[in-house]
Design a binder for this molecule. Structure first.
Ligand code: TYM
Length: 335
């Protein structure tokens, strides 16, 4: 069966190793599998759920597009575009917001984490953010959605919305999309604290390896990564109780396309200093070509903008007919 793939990344700057291993690397593999139809979106409307500097936002949209291309996405094989250029996403989101239930949104842990103690003061957009995500996915008849583990709950909500819409209107318009949580590194943790997710918003640059980092920066960040005083664990059960160790082993496994067990059997019992040298070398060999290409693409705004515009047209050709059907089904005029 043909897989219809959709995924998105927010253009909020600081794209990091977690975004790469949990998402973008898998986007590329899926694009290169025969028969898949892939749509990859720079989700700028999601980014504005928190305050953005207008000048920086445009640069970040280009940077995320550049990261897609530099990592191996090809705009001739996949549809690559940014969300705000396709109005169907906002329109679809309103309609799906009338399907989703408050109780469902109230369960979203990412909202609770992001809103923190000051729930009353965050934007309404941040609260209804997963509904826009559902619209993104459902407008492309998507069957599969590659994401990191942190997006799993949002995917479950998308499935609930799709199912309720299909039931309410006795239709099968929406396939029920499956999350694809692929590879060894589905949740990359901070290099400063193995219990915290690697994230764009961590104040410490040393907590994450950025896709724009140079070879030297990558090596330095790995060298400085927090570890515990013991040699590396020699079995998975022990590794699971040592958050910093398992994080670095997982990163090694994902970057070298091996299973974590294989990496543990190679490095178990050895000192971190040796392992960190090897990991630094591996990470800079895999990531610095991306960084070099990204920096090159970032100097060619016209090229990046042309990729986005081409993608916009192709995306509209897929999303608009689906939105037309939705309008028809719910009894609205369209035309
Ligand atoms: P965003 O922009 O926060 O992250 C983009 C992708 O990177 C993954 N990711 C990670 N994976 C492993 N370890 C980490 N530390 C890590 N941090 C981030 C995320 O899981 C994600 O796959 N809501 C989404 C964007 C979105 C979307 C969509 C995704 C909007 N519409 C439709 C899929 C389908 C988000 O904020 O991702």
């Amino acid at each position: 069966m043909k897989k219809k793939i959709f995924s998105g990344v927010q253009p909020t700057g600081n794209l990091h190793l977690g975004n790469y291993l949990g998402a973008i690397k898998n986007f590329v593999a899926l694009q290169n599998e025969k028969d898949n139809e892939c749509v990859y979106c720079v989700v700028d409307l999601h980014a504005i759920t928190v305050k953005q500097d207008p000048k920086v936002l445009k640069d970040n949209i280009r940077e995320t597009t550049a990261a897609f291309l530099a990592s191996g996405l090809d705009y001739r094989k996949s549809i690559i575009f940014n969300q705000s250029l396709v109005p169907a996403h906002s329109e679809g989101s309103w309609i799906l917001g009338c399907i989703a239930r408050m109780g469902w949104l109230n369960r979203m842990t990412q909202f609770k984490e992001k809103a923190g103690k000051d729930k009353e003061k965050v934007s309404v957009g941040l609260y209804i953010y997963p509904i826009l995500m559902a619209a993104d996915i459902l407008l492309y008849d998507s069957t599969h959605v590659p994401v990191g583990e942190d997006q799993k709950q949002h995917l479950e909500l998308t499935r609930d919305i799709a199912q309720k819409f299909n039931n309410d209107f006795k239709t099968d318009i929406f396939p029920i999309p499956e999350p694809l949580i692929l590879g060894e590194a589905t949740r990359v943790m901070s290099l400063r604290d193995g219990l915290k997710k690697m994230s764009k918003s961590d104040p410490s640059d040393y907590s994450r390896i950025m896709l724009s980092d140079s070879e030297d920066e990558i090596v330095k960040k790995i060298k400085k990564a927090k570890t515990d005083p013991l040699p590396l664990p020699d079995n998975l059960d022990d590794a699971k109780n040592r958050p910093e160790a398992i994080n670095l082993l997982t990163i090694y496994a994902a970057l070298s396309d091996q299973e974590i067990g294989t990496v543990i059997s190679e490095y178990g019992g050895k000192e971190f200093s040796q392992f960190k040298n090897d990991l630094g070398e591996l990470a800079s060999a895999k990531l610095s070509p991306i960084s070099v290409e990204m920096n090159k693409l970032m100097k060619d705004e016209n090229y990046l903008d042309s990729v986005i515009i081409k993608g916009k047209e192709r995306a509209i050709n897929v999303a608009d007919p689906v939105l037309n059907k939705i309008y028809e089904i719910i009894g609205l005029f369209r035309g």
